[in-house]
Design a protein. Structure first.
Length: 499
């Protein structure tokens, strides 16, 4: 907001008085001739009234604002002599400031039809109408409060025509494409894209983070504005930025895996900034000689033996994160008698890891050097965390799977292969029902389940030209039936629910 000094006000007052005096002299000079007087007073007067056209006081982001102003002329019957200019100004900058320093032209048509790709807040729209025969201009204006309609829905991270973007599917089924690029036209997302993370904290400030192959950004949760680059979230940014995975454990611990190294942010009641630290060191003098799989298993923050677990694909063993304001990575206790495997010596490569149908139960898909797949289960709230070591010999095509998703209601897991999805029952090691198949030529790229709606799975596919999102209804046994379908996306990399 600008301030004006008393000196400036005095100068402006003198200038106005001088201007009025000049106009007065010119007026009486012209009045000596009746012909000249008619030239001055008998001009085509234009009036512009926007409010009579029922301009709305509020509009939702990305809705189309349509205004047909009421325009009248004292001497003309049609509007062929008129030209139009619609301009946009922000409420804070332009309404209260003495002079409009910046004006954005949004249309030169008589009637305004404007897609509101604006941030929320109060905006001033101005309609300027000019008589091209005389140069006489009239102005009408109105104010609109732009409101956010993206408070809830499925955010879709996608690549299209060499660019990254973010779209949204609202709960009522409406789709808004290219939301990110519309709001942030000067800050394109780098590709290849990797991950979309929506925090949805139970309390505190929510966050949206987008990871790319060699960069990342954080968005304002409400506005979807690009507010910072990923490196700004570190005390000391990694010399090589290669983010692979990001997750929050409630509001206490944030993890970023960058180039196989674990970076941790701890939040608590202590004052000051909270950022990600340097790579965490492994115990037993391993230091930074490790390469973590791009997953973090999270359980309860407090009250359990092992709040979170990671897996080193280089050493092929698990580590857990101790609790507290200065947590460390630690080895699990020695294997107990009867345990199905040794947490400290697994000897397999991790393909996938995610929380199962219980908060502290973890599903992990692993493979050996011969490309044989195994299902492992870890329980973070048990004294002996190793729970299951199972050969997936009855899981067809699992070696070709690129997408996995654990059921949030059952001890079952979905895995996608090409254009179809299998339902794998973990206790029995069997496939339940028939393979669910999508239209020919479409390849599954993403599968997601929102914890607040565990009986629906959102599945993204790619047909080579267009991305599609399917809503699958999950029965009490986990079997899938087709629900809604949403089209018109790029190649979808990730999805997450914003609430």
């Amino acid at each position: 907001m600008k301030t004006i000094s008393n000196k400036n006000i005095q100068i402006k007052s003198l200038a106005i008085n001088f201007f009025v005096a000049i106009i007065t002299v010119l007026y009486y000079s012209c009045d000596s001739s009746s012909d000249n007087a008619n030239d001055v007073t008998d001009f085509n007067e234009i009036t512009v009234n926007v409010m009579e056209s029922e301009a709305p006081t509020t509009v939702l982001q990305f809705d189309t604002l349509r205004i047909n102003p009421v325009i009248s002329q004292s001497h003309e019957l049609d509007e062929t002599n008129l030209s139009y200019e619609w301009t946009l100004r922000t409420d804070e900058r332009y309404i209260n400031a003495p002079i409009d320093e910046e004006v954005v032209t949004i249309s030169n048509e008589r009637n305004l039809e404007y897609k509101v790709g604006l941030t929320t807040g109060d905006w001033k729209f101005v309609c300027r109408v000019t008589d091209e025969n005389t140069g006489v201009t009239s102005v009408g204006h109105f104010f609109v409060a732009v409101q956010n309609q993206f408070t809830e829905g499925w955010l879709v991270l996608e690549e299209s025509n060499g660019l990254g973007d973010l779209s949204i599917i609202l709960p009522n089924g409406d789709i808004f494409n290219k939301v990110y690029s519309s709001i942030n036209p000067s800050k394109p997302l780098e590709i290849p894209l990797r991950q979309l993370v929506v925090s949805n904290f139970p309390y505190g400030t929510d966050e949206i983070t987008i990871l790319s192959e060699n960069s990342g950004v954080q968005l304002d949760y409400n506005e979807l504005l690009n507010v910072s680059n990923l490196e700004e979230l570190f005390w000391n940014a990694p010399s090589v930025l290669h983010p692979e995975y990001h997750v929050w454990q409630e509001t206490s611990n944030g993890f970023i895996i960058n180039g196989g190294k674990v970076h941790l942010q701890v939040r608590g009641g202590f004052p000051g900034d909270k950022k990600y630290g340097d790579p965490m060191a492994f115990p037993n003098d391993v230091g930074d000689n490790y390469s973590v799989a791009p997953f973090v298993a999270t359980g309860d923050v407090y009250g359990v033996p092992y709040p979170a677990a990671i897996y080193d694909n280089q050493g092929q063993y698990f580590l857990y994160l101790s609790s507290g304001l200065s947590p460390l990575l630690k080895q699990f206790p020695p294997v107990s008698n009867g345990a199905p495997f040794d947490m400290n010596n697994v000897g397999l490569e991790m393909i996938y890891m995610e929380t199962a149908n219980e908060q502290n139960l973890i599903n992990a898909v692993m493979k050996d050097e011969s490309n044989v797949y195994y299902m492992l289960q870890v329980r973070l709230n048990a004294t002996e965390p190793a729970q299951l070591y199972q050969l997936m010999s009855t899981a067809p095509e699992v070696v070709n799977s690129t997408t996995f998703k654990s059921s949030k209601t059952l001890q079952r897991m979905y895995y996608g292969v090409g254009d179809g999805i299998y339902l794998y029952d973990i206790p029995s090691g069997l496939i339940i029902g028939d393979k669910f198949t999508f239209p020919g030529g479409e390849t599954i790229t993403v599968m997601e389940i929102d914890d607040n709606d565990p009986n629906v799975m959102m599945v993204a596919t790619w047909d080579g030209n267009e991305g599609h999102v399917y809503e699958l209804n999950l029965s009490g046994t986990g079997e899938m039936t087709l629900g809604e379908q949403y089209d018109g996306f790029g190649q979808i990399v990730d999805m997450d629910y914003k609430d």
